[in-house]
Design a protein around this ligand. Structure first.
Ligand code: ADP
Length: 366
């Protein structure tokens, strides 16, 4: 079993454990599930932190946990380990990692992952969803590959992976003998996404430590080989997953994508602040859906305003990498699985992406 599959089973077990009630709440919500592991042949171990109480029926609890976890597909056996309760601040159990301030989580924070063959790891981030972060990540990655660079593209948007569709790829990746997953090859890039590992319509509910291990595995348990840049499409926002990424992935820097209107810029600002706090350099800001050029009459309309991201970047002292217009062809080609820089390599839109790619490469090499 690949470690990513094991991770998915762990997630399902943790979900199933929500059905086990203990002293007024389910055992996940009340933070008792300290760990879940799945080994070879579907052997699961559930670690529970309990407050010793001689009146409590621990055997009944153990039986319920065995039953709930044992009902998960692929689980062959369940071992339940009971440990004594620790002070909650030091605990990082399932369901509890989103509690407590970030500094605390950082103190117990994840180890940095090392990718020996990869020169630069660049996160493409946005303060909120729907601003075109994934579209930018894909086109930027292809534009960098067109410059002759060896590129990997990691879709780390574990909540809504869209890169498989944007590149027209599907199917489970193969695993090597040492269980490392072999990324798909597309348009000269190595591509990996959680979307290859789970069916498209499966809602992905990730909690606390599971986010960390899922993300870690997409980096570490994939054979990324030798790459100039690994472009990482982050989930939107500035929550736990992004923080985990900023803390544990070997990020060389981050690119922030925003639309020009104020409301998106507020979130973009939060994104910039998060990377700065975690010591990840902001390599630049991209303004997406910057202006709309009517395909019929050629008139330019600034639907979401224009230039807001550039001004904001200047205010915050972050480099401005460029702007991409709102162009229906970007959406159409993307839905067809062909990024715009490949569909219309000589077009104006591709020119924008190429300029951003060149600026990014320069920023990495100073
Ligand atoms: P995010 O990753 O920020 O959630 P996506 O990259 O998935 O956003 O883009 C959301 C939608 O907007 C997609 O349908 C995409 O094709 C479309 N889109 C993104 N950028 C542009 C653009 N510049 N012009 C037209 N459509 C765009």
């Amino acid at each position: 079993m690949s470690s990513v599959m094991a991770e998915l089973m762990k997630q399902k077990i943790a979900e199933a454990l929500r059905a086990v009630a203990w002293q007024g709440a389910d055992i996940v919500t009340n933070g008792m599930v300290a760990g879940v592991t799945v080994g070879e042949g579907g052997k699961a171990t559930v670690v529970l932190q309990i407050v010793p109480d001689k009146n409590a029926d621990m055997d009944a609890l153990r039986t319920q946990v065995e039953k709930a976890a044992g009902a998960v597909e692929g689980v062959a056996s369940v071992a339940v380990v009971l440990t004594a309760h620790q002070p909650s601040a030091a605990r990082a159990g399932y369901g509890s990692a989103s509690q407590g301030p970030p500094q605390q989580r950082q103190a117990h924070g994840p180890q940095k992952i090392v990718l020996p063959g990869v020169k630069f790891v660049v996160a493409v981030a946005s303060g909120k969803g729907g601003v075109g972060k994934s579209t930018t990540a894909v086109n930027l990655a292809v534009a960098l590959a067109q410059m002759g660079l060896k590129i990997g593209l990691l879709d780390a948007d574990i909540y809504g992976p869209s890169i498989p569709r944007m590149l027209g790829i599907s199917g489970k990746p193969e695993a090597r003998e040492d269980k490392k997953l072999i990324p798909h090859e597309r348009y000269g890039m190595a591509v990996m996404s959680m979307g290859f590992l789970v069916p498209e319509d499966t809602p992905m509910v990730w909690r606390g430590p599971m986010v960390h291990s899922a993300i870690t595995q997409l980096f570490r348990d994939v054979d990324w080989g030798v790459r100039d840049i690994l472009v990482v499409d982050l989930p939107p926002g500035t929550g736990d997953a992004q923080l985990t990424m900023a803390q544990s992935a070997p990020l060389s820097g981050a690119v922030i994508v925003s639309t020009p209107q104020d409301i998106a810029l507020i979130d973009a600002r939060k994104g910039i602040a998060m990377f700065e706090k975690t010591g990840v350099p902001v390599l630049g800001v991209v303004e997406n859906m910057s202006m709309f050029v009517c395909p019929h009459c050629g008139t330019q309309s600034d639907i979401f305003g224009h230039g807001g991201a550039r001004t904001e970047a200047e205010k915050l002292g972050a480099p401005f990498l460029g702007e991409v217009p709102l162009d229906i062809a970007i959406r159409i080609k993307s839905d067809e699985g062909v990024p715009m820089v490949l569909a219309e390599p000589g077009g104006a839109v591709s020119g924008h992406y190429k300029e951003i790619a060149e600026k990014l490469w320069q920023a990495l090499n100073v």
